[in-house]
Structures are given as structure tokens and as C-alpha cells.
Design a protein. Sequence first.
Length: 288
Amino acid sequence: MERLTENSSCWDFSGVYDVTDSPDPGCGTRIDLRQLPGTSCYCDEPAAERISAEMDRTDPGILHLIDSGNYHYLTWFFLRRIRKRTLLVVFDNHTDMQPPAFGGLLSCGGWILEALRDFPCLSEVWIIGPDQGAISGVDPDDRHKVRFLSGETLESWRSGGTLAGKTEEWFLEGYQNLREKDPALSGFYLSIDKDILSPEYARTAWSQGGTSLPELICMIRSVLRIAQTGGLSAEGVDICGESAPDDPAGCFLGARSNRELFDLFRTGLVQSPGHNEQKRDRSSRNEE
């Protein structure tokens, strides 16, 4: 695997990555979109064209920092590049499955719903963290390829001292069932919104869950172990949920959590064999 810092990208919309305690531990590529309008919470058509052009122009790598939760929809753009049968695993305090409110615009609150409708390569989506009320509000017609692990269930396991073991069982059971339904499954994509963390570990613009950073890392390790055992290649990982640039305490927490997550992925992430082929393909198109 290439060095992680050479195989990663930082998508800067707010300027948070330029503060003293930068949440960027050292990505290989920085994409500056601070002056791009039409991006906060909703992505309009001109912004979408610019983002797509940046992804075609650069090699975004396999690990992405994508600013605050306002820009979580950027995951949709990375998923659009995948061609193999893929499991999407999302850690988030929200479902991100809300129908669009403004003219069908891609949004931070509805990008998963759009991805399910737009990308047949998605075999299934696992969403870990939303409360049961939000889960119940998802249209049943949109849930046939989605597994939810609610914040209430996480809290119950946490209180009982069984969180690590129970989540590992949940991931393993889900993988075994999915493998039976979809033998062609061969990749996974991991998306992390740090609003799943308690305020002790992150300060975000959205309501937050009660998960600690060590608990989040433990759950991610479980996913990585199952993916490795099952021979699933990493099609990408992204991290959002940064604080506002003018929140020094939040930026400090964001920098600490990202360093620990980068350390985890540096040792535990298996790169997709097709990544270098895609990179060569883009280089060939640019030379034509």
C-alpha cells in the first residue's frame, strides 16, 4: 500500500484545515473550495460540476477529509466512482436519508438516499448511530437495502459493558447474511461523521451521539477485520464532522480524533487493487 499521506485528500470548504490546531494530519492533496458558492448543506449544480472536475483533475486517493457535516454529501461523489459490488458502512448520529427539500438538490441530510437510488453497485448500507425516532421516520420503501444500529442500542450495550462484543457480532452477522445474498460483493466504503461522538471527543454543528472515540475506533476495527477476512477491498474512507474554524477547542478535538483515525487506517486499511488502475486510466485520459 502507498504511504497513507500520499494516498489521501483534504477537501477544504470552510477554512478549518488552516487553523493552528488543524484537523488535517498531513493529507497528500489539498483541494481548496473555500470560495465555491452553493456548497453548504446543499450542493447546487454549478458546485457539483466543479467538485466533479476536481475529482477528475486530481487523484483523490483512498482516504478523504471532507470538512464539517455540512459537506457529508461529498461521499456521494466518491461512491459514483466505484464499479464493483460494495458495502457502504456509515457511522453517523443521523440517518442522512431525508428526501430533498429544495428542487432535488443533493444534501448533507439526504445523500445516502440519493446514493441508494443512483448507484446499483451498492450492495447494502449499514448506518450506525441514529436514534430510533429518526430511523422510524425513514420511508419503509427506502429501507430494503439498509441496516440500522440505533444509538439507543449502542447505549444499552455500553451500559451493560458489552459494546465491543455486541457490535462485532452485529457486523459479522450482517456480513454473513449479505455474502449469502450477494456473492459478488467485493468492496467496502467507510464514511465517518464525527457527530456520532460525544461532545467530550468532538464539537460539531449538528446534534451529537454518546459514543467515545475509543469505542468508535473499536467498532471500525471490527469492520476492518471482517472486511479483511472476507477479502473485501477498501474502495474509500472519508471523515467529516469538523468544528467551525473559529472554535479553537473544537479544532483541537478534531485534530486529536483525526490523528488517531489516521493511525488506525495507516495500519489497518487494505487498498483496492483497482485504485492504481483507475489512476492510470485518468492519467491516460488527461494525456489524450
